[in-house]
Design a protein around this ligand. Structure first.
Ligand code: GTP
Ligand code: MG
Length: 138
């Protein structure tokens, strides 16, 4: 059994989709370990998105992630790291497969950064690092 860090990004919270994302996580059979609404600051986002520093979408991404509260979730289950990535769908919501969160609910808003509703850790190492960042007491 493993754990992953999931975020409902500010677009998802604003659009009232937090419950829909939690529903899909639970319907899949994953267990909720922690759920907390948070306002991310620069330090947290710089650490969370360190791998993207210097890319053209980095500054808009950080601004977007500060544009409203984020629902931070730790979920647990067998293969939950790749499993949640497949529930989320591919990064670009315009081509994400139907049946996925991004494919069913996302669109391109014509902005500098893709507003694609959710984040999910992409490896064991990322999950451990991101869970420690968002839930330091866990
Ligand atoms: P996360 O689960 O949010 O990490 O998404 P991901 O792993 O599918 O994508 P990645 O880590 O590569 O990028 C992080 C976030 O940056 C994405 O979710 C998008 O919001 C944004 N992003 C990534 N690539 C692009 C891009 O090519 N153009 C734009 N505009 N935004 C991007
Ligand atoms: Mg990523």
């Amino acid at each position: 059994v493993s754990r992953t860090l999931i975020l409902v990004k500010p677009d998802g919270v604003r659009r009232g989709l937090s419950g829909e994302v939690l529903r899909r996580i639970e319907a899949k059979g994953y267990e909720l370990v922690a759920v907390e609404l948070k306002n991310a600051d620069d330090a947290l986002l710089a650490a969370h998105y360190a791998e993207h520093e210097g890319k053209p979408f980095y500054a808009p991404l950080v601004d977007f992630m500060k544009s409203g509260p984020v629902l931070a979730i730790v979920a647990q289950g067998q293969n939950v790291i790749p499993g949640f990535r497949s529930l989320a769908g591919t990064t670009d919501p315009t081509t994400a497969a139907p049946g996925t969160i991004r494919g069913d609910l996302g669109r391109d808003w014509g902005l500098k950064v893709q507003q694609n509703l959710v984040h999910g850790s992409d490896s064991d190492e990322s999950a451990a690092r991101e869970i420690a960042l968002w839930f330091p007491t866990l």
